[in-house]
Design a binder for this molecule. Structure first.
Ligand SMILES: [Zn+2]
Length: 382
């Protein structure tokens, strides 16, 4: 099933694989494989359903791997035209990437997917302090070495994706939605609320920030999917709310309450991510090197503001995301899970009870497809 509006002579596929808990009160979860053609509306490739994540990665991916091998060789014929298929990226959160790539999880001390930095245990956490000199930055990982299983401290087994010719380093960007929005931005707020004395705000200061944020509720332009909620409810915030805080509301509500050092540090992240999100590639590329330096500076400074425990997997990952933007010639948004987020929520809502959830999803999908076709068949009066 391919969206007809996306047909051209070449298609760039973006895959998204993630575990979705179906019910709050049980372990039942779906593991859909979604695909988007050129960042358009995603569609379902396959769904696994069970009491835990799939136990065998080989079984879970076997149909996808053989299908990818076929379409890679023959392309796809649509309306008598052969369409060349390219796999752009797999966009997933860190646990799903570890599952697909058969690597150690993000709490292991060789977990960075881009470089060979060794994490150090600090107060029961694996932390990644960057060396002071850029010349001493850790060696980067390569697709060739990964495919030869040359990272025994990082790889657990051979990923079946390698058999489909998928490069397991360069086809897996560090997803901005999970790494930056749900990762680093949330971590800043948690440390401002509960962190070490050097950065922790008083209850009154935290309340003032929250009240400022609440005062914007109902006043944000319509282009924002959500209106700001109090920061005291951040445990329930969605990724879009952390994004809104980083890019728009955070600089206003933090100003004058946090110290200048914390504020300036936050603004370094704000500026760097704003640049990496620019959709105009020439403008983005002009500043991308500067962005990379800003993010390395952000990580180095973070230790002196929030303490060593702040620099875990997600914070370290910031040192690599500018490279991803250059490599894919895409803004962070175009290689992020935001493309799939709404669809995943819709998919979850389509499961109305515990009886045969996959057939419920399939029925809703068929209905939606029929409706879409009907709309396309309507005569146009111009
Ligand atoms: Zn790294």
């Amino acid at each position: 099933m391919y969206p007809t509006y996306a047909v051209g002579h070449e298609m760039k596929l973006i895959f998204n694989i993630d575990g979705v808990p179906v019910y709050k009160s049980s372990n039942i979860q779906c593991w859909p494989i979604l695909c988007s053609v050129d960042n358009l509306e995603p569609f379902i490739v396959a769904i696994f359903y069970g009491n835990s994540k799939p136990s065998s990665i080989d079984d879970y991916l076997s149909d996808l791997v053989s299908e990818l091998l076929n379409i890679r060789e023959d392309g796809i014929r649509i309306n008598d035209e052969v369409v060349d298929i390219q796999i752009k990226v797999f966009v997933c959160d860190a646990p799903a990437r570890a599952f697909l790539k058969c690597i150690k999880g993000h709490t292991a001390n060789h977990s960075c997917e881009r470089c060979q930095i060794r994490g150090e245990y600090y107060e029961r956490r694996v932390t990644y302090r960057l060396p002071e000199e850029d010349d001493d930055l850790p060696l980067l990982r390569s697709d060739v070495e990964f495919s030869r299983m040359e990272y025994p401290e990082h790889q657990i087994a051979r990923s079946p994706l390698l058999d489909a010719g998928i490069s397991c380093i360069s086809k897996f960007p560090l997803d901005y939605m999970h790494l930056v929005c749900l990762g680093v931005v949330k971590r800043i707020l948690v440390f401002l609320r509960d962190g070490p004395r050097a950065c922790k705000l008083s209850k009154q200061q935290f309340r003032r920030i929250s009240d400022r944020l609440s005062s914007f509720n109902g006043k944000m332009p319509r282009k924002f999917a959500r209106q700001p909620r109090p920061i005291t409810e951040m445990e329930h915030w969605k990724a879009t709310e952390f994004r809104q805080f980083l890019l728009y509301t955070g600089p206003i509500v933090l100003s004058g309450i946090v110290t200048d050092k914390i504020f300036d540090h936050f603004m370094v992240l704000n500026v760097a991510i704003s640049v990496l999100l620019l959709s105009k590639s020439d403008l983005r590329n002009e500043y991308v090197q500067c962005t990379r330096e800003l993010l390395v500076y952000f990580i180095r400074e973070a230790a002196s503001i929030y303490g060593n425990t702040f620099i875990t997997y997600n914070v370290h990952g910031l040192s690599h995301i500018a490279d991803d933007v250059v490599f894919y010639n895409s803004s962070l948004n175009e290689i992020s899970a935001f493309t799939f987020e709404n669809y995943l929520q819709k998919l979850k809502k389509n499961v109305r009870n515990a009886k045969n959830p996959i057939s419920q999803v399939a029925k809703r999908e068929t209905e939606m497809e029929k409706n879409l076709k009907r709309r396309h068949l309507k005569p146009k009066y111009t």
